[in-house]
Ligand binder design. Structure first.
Ligand code: 5RP
Length: 297
């Protein structure tokens, strides 16, 4: 117990009478009324100066196995970690490869089920205690709006998001678009909105060339954009740029980084678009400069 003797009571205490308490809004869309734990975790993921994030996604193995560029996570991914704002991966990748000293916020893949060998999206969710044990900053759940497993995946999101709000952990709804569905603004805005309305704190979806700003504006929480299939580097940087100009709060990019001819250069060029508003030409030049520097080392 503190020693009560010797405590000095000033005669003139300052209660700041007349000075209003500062009430600050939170810098991410729709997050003002979230709990302290959720805001703290979001603060780790989204740079407070740009309000955006570069998430490095390498969870693909959970449905694809050792896909190209992810054959050896220790060799392929660990060198990229310093340049990412956040890492999206499975529990196994964390336990076996990601050094805890990396001190990066983790978006933990929190749903799992079928693989590309059968039909995707028949998934269950992990116990949120696993996410707590792994100090996850976000839990990511696949949601297949319009797909065969729509009800099941929406229920997965609801369950995880409810647990997330209980424990102060954000949940990311990952919109899974089946082959038969068009990736247009009409569909993507519906899928994103369904995720947000069912509890997602962040939504991950795809960029679309027409009316992407409608997808962002009709979603009450931040949207991050997936990279999708591998594109030539300049086109991938254009995709990032257009998504950011359309109001995305960042990217959650996998194949366009780890399958790049120079992943370390690519993730830095993506970061420059996301945080420093470089246009695609400037970012591509940066990519080429970094690539040749890395080759000459
Ligand atoms: C896999 C995912 C991936 O993390 C996501 O698709 C991002 O990776 P990419 O940029 O390669 O599309 O959710 O289920």
């Amino acid at each position: 117990m503190a020693d009560a003797e010797g405590i000095i009571e000033s005669k003139e205490k300052d209660f700041g009478i007349g000075v209003p308490v500062k009430t600050e809004g939170f810098y991410l869309k729709g997050m003002d009324h979230m709990s302290w734990g959720i805001k703290d975790r979001l603060r780790r993921m989204f740079n407070p100066e740009s309000g955006r994030t570069v998430m490095l996604a390498f969870d693909h193995g959970y449905i694809m196995g050792p896909t190209s560029g992810l054959e050896r996570l220790d060799l392929n991914i660990v060198p990229l970690i310093p340049y990412a704002d956040s890492l999206m991966c499975t529990k196994a990748a964390l336990r076996t490869v990601v050094p805890p000293t990396a001190n990066k916020p983790i978006c933990l893949r929190s749903s799992a089920g079928t693989t590309i060998l059968t039909e995707l999206n028949d998934e269950v969710v992990i116990d949120p205690e696993e996410a707590i044990r792994m100090n996850a900053s976000t839990m990511a759940v696949m949601v297949s709006v319009g797909g065969r497993y729509e009800a099941k995946t929406v229920a997965n999101l609801v369950k995880t998001a409810d647990a997330g709000y209980r424990y102060g952990i954000p949940t990311m709804g990952v919109t899974a678009v089946g082959k038969e569905l068009a990736r247009d603004a009409r569909y993507l805005s519906m899928a994103s909105r369904v995720c947000a309305e069912n509890g997602a704190t962040i939504v991950k979806t795809y960029y679309c060339n027409e009316h992407f700003e409608r997808v962002v504006n009709s979603c009450p929480v931040p949207i991050v954009v997936a990279g999708g299939k591998k594109l030539p580097e300049k086109e991938a940087l254009e995709l990032c740029y257009k998504a950011i100009c359309g109001g995305a709060s960042g990217v959650d990019m996998g194949r366009n980084v780890f399958q790049s001819e120079s992943p370390v250069a690519m993730i830095q060029a993506v970061g420059a678009v996301v945080h420093n508003n470089l246009n695609p030409e400037q970012a591509f030049e940066m990519f080429n400069d970094l690539k040749s520097d890395l080759v000459s080392v």
